[in-house]
Design a protein around this ligand. Structure first.
Ligand code: ADP
Ligand code: MG
Ligand code: MG
Length: 891
């Protein structure tokens, strides 16, 4: 017999935290907490296997499920001393979904299940509080009606709103039992007209209706979208948790809340969260009343921290906090309820946090001895470091502050205001910077939040949907800016005297909660001590070197600041576009008189020499890999009339002649055309000039700095041994000439890009002429797949959406195809020359998953854009730790 149901609480805990695949995260942790003596109301979890079985068998439950649920429910009844459906002392339960990973899009929780016209009277009698009983009943009907029976939530709100207006009641807590009784009747009427069926009064029907709704929600469009976005397989399934109710809505000695064991925005070791007196469930995040802070230290004037209002429960919560952190060795996100001064814990999980918080918490916990240094390295998602390197508002910039909300997710973002997720996505797709402004967000808005630079809400707290999701995504968020009035119909937001229409710009500061009019300039971030500490730890562990792709002095300086150990790719063509050079470049290409041509090339030499010299100075002896001219020449050609006239004049030609020459240089497929070493072979003067400039620069800077410079000359787009051999010989001849002229010597290296499949296959022969290889995985991906990156937009997304490719191969390396060629290139190259230096300089050099692969195949270094350097350092350390684990650490 398969066990479909696992009990928890009151001494019978059949699950554990490790069983999250079977019990879902929520269920597994409820069992774990209960087993550790924490106050968890008893209940049971229906496993994720039931969900899978349900879908495999045409939406039918396994035969013995009902019997197992009945047994588990009977146990809960016994331990609570109550009976489900009993008119005197009814047991009420919540029905809660819970997958392996927390997943918005799943069915919302239904509370107070088991109430009907009889049991509500029993609850009123047994609690001695009719108002509470009817408040619970109306909540139940509303939740069940909207979540299970599909009656839109706002219909219930409308009924309540009307009632409040008619009776001049402002606060929900002021509504009496009799008034709730009347509202309940209206709710039930609403359901029967809207859903076409009556609200179920039999508690067993209610229970199975809710269980069915949880399983049904696993395949709803919202959940499917979320899974696709986060690469969660549909086969995982969700669990269902049925748990006896505790009540935060029984009066002023009751409350409900959400808290984090540390500050999820900054990582500070301060107890953090929000709660509401006399409230239930998600009232805190729903923004019905303004939630209050937990700790006095975090309370402002006029606020009522839990520490003072419910001191006994607060003290207990502090105890739970430390037990949970010690137990889980991570920052926890806790949901709790206080019933008549007694604390109950309803959920714990690892808390979502900003990149800054992840970093601080990892470092602090390692220092506190809670986790090891290696754990700390593993804990911080490498890609998230990106967020820390992003700009904040320039403190000196002029600004007009519109209002202030809650600082829900840090960073600064400016963009055009939009009011719907759809509009947000559409504009972002066109490259526009957008800020999504909503009264509050829900899971339907997630795709829009993803596309936005920042999110602004007018309702909800630090734990609202908007805040939590934005932090997870690394989007800037200001939440609960209550003084803003949003009018969706008019497409405007109004605050004070300002009305801002869709498309007008605002700026958000997620670190302070401020909202500004227009675009406020930003400045580069400063790196915290924690950041440097983590980088130091990562550096002590990683095997891979990390270099940067940089050619401007600015980029090179940034790269060094971020810890690059050299330049892995300086693209010389970028230097050709400078306003002072492009004219000479055009003359060089277009001239047919050899002397004129030589003169243009000679004119470029000093520019290139200065370019290289400044890179050598910044890198101060670290390796600098310079790629000789790579792209097709026509990319440099003049397009506009004025440009053509300029070139024509310099060359003493007619505009017509220049235009004809340009047309003659056009190629059908430039990506596979006259470029790379093909250029160097057919126009050797260009490469000769570049090599000369490079060596002269090295000589100059070596003298200047009094230490050896390490120039590495890289030949692009090599397919055959002969190409490299010939190009190399020409370069060496030129170098010999320069060194003779200078009367000095210098240590240089000549290597090649491996970016064509043939080069990878012929790597053993090519290695005979190379001091190093650098895998150019952008071109290698294009040529291996036979697809042009610039044209892939029309079909690649389809491929990824439909599972034809697991991921975009330009973002994360295709291990099986492109990766196999890299592996082959490594093996064959090293076969010829065991100490061949091996690197990679494509976009993949900054992608953590690809970095893990490059570590595995034994490259020496990765090279990525300057802002990715810290990401690469951490990812390289994580890869090294993973390898160490796989191989097994020495005894
Ligand atoms: P979510 O997955 O959206 O967080 P939960 O299942 O955690 O949904 O339920 C939301 C909230 O409902 C909880 O934080 C808690 O406040 C309340 N809740 C759930 N079960 C119970 C219960 N048995 N007793 C009291 N409150 C409950
Ligand atoms: Mg929810
Ligand atoms: Mg919850």
């Amino acid at each position: 017999m398969t066990k479909w149901v696992y009990s928890f609480g009151d001494g019978l805990n059949e699950g554990r935290a490790e069983m999250r695949n079977l019990l879902g995260g929520k269920g597994a942790n409820l069992a774990e907490m209960a087993a550790n003596g924490l106050p968890v109301p008893p209940g049971f979890t229906i496993t994720t296997e039931v969900c899978s079985a349900f879908y495999e068998n045409g939406r039918k439950y396994p035969d013995d499920l009902r019997a197992q649920v009945a047994d588990a429910l009977a146990r809960v009844e016994k331990s609570m001393g109550l009976r489900f459906g009993d008119a005197q002392a009814p047991l009420l339960v919540s029905v809660r979904s819970g997958a392996r990973v927390s997943m918005p899009g799943m069915m919302d929780t239904v509370l107070n299940l088991g109430l009907n016209d009889e049991t509500v009277e029993g609850l009123a009698r047994s609690s001695g509080d009719a108002r509470f009983a009817w408040d619970s009943y109306r909540r139940f009907i509303q939740m069940y009606g909207s979540v299970v029976m599909g009656v839109p939530h706002h219909h219930f709100e409308d009924v309540l709103e009307q009632f409040k207006r008619a009776g001049k009641v402002e606060d929900d807590t002021a509504i009496t039992a009799d008034q709730w009784r009347a509202i309940v009747a209206d709710y039930r009427h609403l359901i029967s007209t809207h859903a076409g069926t009556e609200f179920p009064t039999d508690p067993q029907d209610q229970l199975w209706g809710a269980i069915g709704a949880v399983f049904g929600s696993w395949m709803n469009p919202r959940a499917n979208t979320y899974r696709k976005l986060h690469e969660i397989p549909a086969s995982w399934g969700t669990a269902v948790n049925v748990q006896s109710m505790v009540f935060g809505n029984m009066g002023d000695d009751c409350a409900t809340g959400v808290c984090f064991t540390r500050d999820p925005s900054t990582g500070e070791n301060i107890f953090y969260g929000e709660y509401l007196i006399n409230a239930q469930g998600e009232d805190v995040v729903a923004g019905i009343r303004t939630p209050q802070p937990m700790a006095c230290a975090r309370a402002e004037a006029g606020q009522h921290p839990m520490e003072t209002t419910l001191p006994q429960a607060y003290a207990e919560l502090l105890r739970v906090r430390s037990i949970l952190e010690t137990h889980y060795k991570d920052m926890q996100d806790i949901e709790f309820t206080v019933q008549r001064n007694v604390l109950y814990i309803l959920q714990t999980r690892s808390g979502k946090r900003t990149a800054a918080a992840a970093l601080k918490i990892a470092i602090d916990m390692a220092r506190e001895g809670l986790i090891t240094q290696e754990d700390a390295i593993r804990r911080v998602p490498a890609a998230s470091l990106d967020q820390l390197l992003h700009p904040t508002l320039d403190p000196k910039a002029e600004r007009v502050q519109l209002t202030r909300g809650l600082p829900a997710s840090p960073g600064a973002a400016a963009g055009a205001v939009v009011f719907s997720a759809e509009e947000c996505e559409a504009r972002a797709a066109k490259g526009e910077d957008v800020i999504l402004v909503r009264i509050e967000t829900s899971p339907e808005d997630v795709h829009g939040m993803h596309a936005a630079r920042g999110v602004l809400t007018t309702r909800g707290g630090m734990t609202s949907h908007a805040a939590v999701v934005a932090r997870g995504m690394g989007r800037v968020c200001v939440a609960g800016a209550g003084s803003i009035h949003v009018d969706y119909a008019a497409g405007t937001m109004t605050v004070g005297a300002h009305t801002i229409a869709q498309g007008e710009w605002i700026t958000l500061d997620g670190g302070t909660g401020a909202v500004y009019l227009g675009r406020v300039p930003t400045i580069a971030p400063t790196l915290s001590d924690d950041f440097n500490t983590l980088m130091g730890w990562a550096d002590s562990v990683r095997r891979l070197g990390v270099r940067a792709n940089a050619e401007t002095p600015d980029d090179a300086a940034t790269a060094r600041r971020f810890g690059a150990e050299g330049i892995g790719l300086a693209r010389t063509e970028h230097m050709f576009f400078g306003p002072d050079r492009i004219g000479l470049v055009r003359q060089m290409i277009i001239a047919d008189d050899e002397l004129v041509r030589q003169k243009a090339i000679a004119g470029l030499l000093p520019f290139q020499r200065d370019d290289f010299a400044s890179l050598f100075r910044i890198m101060a002896g670290l390796p600098v890999t310079v790629r000789l001219l790579d792209p097709p020449l026509h990319e440099f050609l003049p397009h506009e009339e004025a440009e053509m006239a300029e070139v024509a004049q310099a060359l003493g030609k007619s505009v017509e002649e220049v235009r004809n020459r340009c047309a003659a240089l056009a190629e059908t497929n430039p990506m596979l055309g006259h470029r790379g070493c093909r250029l160097g072979l057919t126009s050797p003067e260009i490469y000769a000039m570049q090599v000369r400039a490079l060596i002269q620069a090295a000589v100059i800077v070596e003298k200047e700095l009094g230490k050896p410079i390490r120039p590495e000359i890289m030949i692009p787009l090599v397919a055959t041994q002969a190409e490299l051999a010939t190009t190399r010989r020409a370069a060496e001849d030129e170098i010999a000439r320069v060194l003779k002229e200078e009367g000095t010597n210098i240590n240089y290296f000549i290597g090649t890009m491996i970016e064509l499949p043939r080069a990878a296959i012929q790597a053993d022969r090519i290695a005979e002429y190379a001091d190093f290889f650098s895998f150019g995985t952008n071109d290698l991906t294009q040529t291996t797949f036979g697809l042009s990156r610039d044209d892939a937009g029309s079909f690649l997304p389809y491929y990824v959406d439909n599972g034809l490719l697991p991921r975009d191969p330009f973002v994360s390396i295709d291990r099986d195809g492109v990766g196999a060629l890299v592996r082959l290139g490594v093996e064959r190259g090293r076969q010829t020359s065991p100490d061949l230096k091996l690197g990679i300089c494509g976009e993949h050099g900054g992608d953590p998953d690809s970095i893990a692969f490059f570590d595995e195949v034994g490259l020496d270094y990765v090279s990525c854009s300057p802002f990715r350097v810290p990401v690469a350092r951490l990812a390289a350390a994580q890869a090294a730790l993973a390898t160490r684990n796989r191989v097994g650490s020495p005894a």
